[in-house]
Design a protein around this ligand. Structure first.
Ligand SMILES: C[S@@+](CC[C@H](N)C(=O)[O-])C[C@H]1O[C@@H](n2cnc3c(N)ncnc32)[C@H](O)[C@@H]1O
Length: 228
């Protein structure tokens, strides 16, 4: 199974000993890949839509993995017992949906590891999940089809993050790479242009964007210094 760069980066966050629930598995490509890679991995592939799960089942059958990947129909974590898994994967959805899934989860406190790739509001996602009693243990930016995605692994624990750490990602800041520089250079340009267009009465938006421009410039300058 050949994965997209985005799914491959998510797969790289998973280890053989993990007992995984993939929420919103859709085609189940990630789960098939993980099963082919790790002979002992335990996976539940779930989806809220019958059509998507049917597609997953067909795909799983095609790869002769029906005995190794269990499929479940239903909403988020409401269809599993916490004792059945220790690693949650949620990817390819927007923040509001992810928030709903985690908010409706029974005994949220007990899940050791959550790997999330949100299509929107990654900053809000960091704030929300850390408030549930998680710290950010690993993060990665990945470029796939001209879109930059952020993959975050949350594990149980407490760690306080300042504004910049929460905005950029604490682990991403520790390991800034070319993609970081490219991504935030584009963002900086976007915010600078936006600032020029904002009407004077949009005081809060102006202040917010000025602040973002300041912290992005600061981090980009640090990258340049480190490169020297
Ligand atoms: C865009 S696909 C992403 C598929 C795959 N996770 C990926 O990253 O490529 C989103 C999937 O999540 C499913 N989904 C959305 N909300 C869900 C929920 N509350 N519980 C389970 N599945 C959900 C959708 O039916 C859809 O198949």
């Amino acid at each position: 199974m050949k994965l997209s760069k985005r799914l491959q980066a998510i797969a790289d966050f998973v280890s053989e000993t993990d007992r995984v629930i993939d929420i919103g598995c859709d085609h189940a490509n990630l789960d098939i890949y993980l099963c082919e890679l790790y002979k002992d991995i335990k996976i539940i592939a779930s989806d809220i839509h019958e059509g998507a799960l049917e597609q997953a089942r067909t795909n799983i059958e095609k790869h002769n993995l029906t005995k190794r990947i269990e499929t479940r129909l239903g909403d988020g974590l409401t269809i599993v017992n916490p004792s059945e898994f220790d690693t949650i994967i949620i990817s390819g959805m927007g923040f509001h949906n992810i928030k709903k899934i985690l908010s409706n989860a029974p005994k949220m406190i007990n899940y050791p590891k959550i790997i999330i790739q949100s299509n929107t509001d990654v900053v809000k996602l960091r704030t929300f999940v850390t408030k549930l009693g998680y710290k950010i243990s690993r993060e990665e930016l990945v470029l796939d089809n001209e879109i930059i995605y952020t993959i975050i692994e949350f594990t149980k624990g407490e760690e306080k993050y300042n504004y910049s750490q929460n905005y950029f990602g604490p682990r991403i800041l520790e390991n800034k790479n070319e993609l970081f520089y490219e991504y935030y250079s584009k963002k900086l340009l976007k915010y600078e242009n936006l600032l020029l267009q904002l009407p004077g009465y949009e005081i809060f938006s102006i202040m917010h964007h000025k602040h973002l421009i300041k912290i992005i410039r600061k981090e980009l300058t640090k990258v340049k210094k480190e490169d020297k």
